[in-house]
Design a protein around this ligand. Structure first.
Ligand code: 8YV
Length: 338
């Protein structure tokens, strides 16, 4: 059978058994945009499942109208929804199914930061015996920046599970106020400053994109408490890495635990300010959602979105550019029973 779905290679190999079993026919395709577009044209693919790398050019001309660009993941700042709509392409993501994994990775970074795991591991492996003193998390203040479903679950685990004092930063204080206690969030702020003033740990859970670009910049880093740690499992674009490097070197904060970077795979924005050279950083290669369980769920959800599009059941999709339906002559989409 002629395969209809291309899956970028890193994503394909995260859940090959799911993709192999799909009746639509899935094949691994390159993730680099020009090569991806060429593979779509060569194999006459109708849909594509992609990872987090930016797509801004030939991809949108390569797929036929009605095709799906399905994100294997929740963040979609890497897709140009306007271009997709103009080309009659449906963009989707996989909300919620990776939350547990990202929450667990955030907690792993939090624990590692508190006990200086990166130093203990390095020195012990090097044959040294240097039992550095850490800090307990109970009683410390964690600021959650972005109180969506992932941020709220980190808050719940940290407050109820670890006895941390949790404060939240959100643009939606009045909507969140009634439920904040359920998640153990003691105080909500609509600005970063008051949260940074009290936080021992600051964990970012905002989406990428222009509204959050360099939210953590030199000015904000000056407002961190000197021992505070920054944890980022959201998007690299949220943190100005040059300003972060300078702040870490000058001791303006305790450290940074980062899973996401301005450029991925990580490359320093300024070669003289390479975060990898610093002792007070913990770095992981964008793997917050990368567990066997979440990978299977993301693969299934991405394929489900494509199957729904093939069946014309647009209303049930995790559609990110609903305005494309009008362009496809499907205002609002057909109902499932139609
Ligand atoms: C990646 C993510 O999509 O969901 C997101 O927004 O950043 C990640 O989960 C995933 O790792 C791609 O394979």
């Amino acid at each position: 059978m002629q395969p209809r779905v291309g899956v970028t290679e890193p994503e394909y190999w995260k859940a090959p058994e799911i993709f192999e079993a799909c009746p639509l026919g899935c094949i691994p395709v390159p993730e680099q945009e020009e090569a991806l577009a060429q593979a779509i044209l060569d194999r006459q693919l109708r849909h594509v499942i992609v990872g987090p790398r930016p797509y801004c050019g030939p991809l949108y001309a390569a797929l036929p109208p009605g095709g799906v660009i399905a994100r294997f993941g929740v963040g979609h700042d890497n897709l140009n929804k306007r271009r997709a709509t103009e080309a009659g392409l449906l963009c989707t993501n996989t909300p919620e199914v990776l939350n547990q994994s990202v929450v667990e990775h955030t907690l792993a970074l939090l624990f590692a930061a508190a006990r200086r795991l990166q130093l203990l591991h390095g020195t012990t492996k090097a044959g040294l015996w240097q039992p550095l003193t850490g800090t307990e998390l109970a009683g410390k203040t964690l600021a959650i920046v972005g109180c969506g479903s992932i941020g709220r679950r980190v808050a719940l685990a940290a407050s109820r599970g670890l006895g941390m004092c949790v404060v939240g930063v959100t643009r939606h204080v009045s909507q969140l106020q009634p439920v904040s206690q359920e998640y153990g969030i003691q105080q909500l702020y609509d600005a970063l400053e008051p949260a940074l003033a009290v936080a021992d740990f600051v964990s970012l859970h905002v989406p990428g994109g222009s509204a959050t670009y360099h939210l953590i910049n030199a000015d904000r880093l000056r407002q961190f408490r000197p021992q505070a740690w920054l944890i980022n499992t959201s998007r690299g674009s949220v943190v100005d890495e040059i300003a972060l490097y300078d702040a870490l070197v000058e001791g303006r904060l305790g450290g940074a635990a980062l899973d996401v970077f301005e450029r991925e795979p990580y490359e320093p924005s300024d070669p003289r300010r390479d975060l990898r050279t610093l002792p007070n950083v913990i770095l992981t290669p964008h793997c917050g959602s990368n567990t066997a369980e979440a990978n299977r769920r993301m693969a299934e959800r991405a394929l489900r979105n494509i199957e729904l599009a093939e069946a014309g059941r647009y209303a049930e999709m995790d559609l990110l550019n609903r305005e494309v339906l009008a362009r496809l002559g499907q205002p609002g989409g057909r109902s499932p029973s139609a």
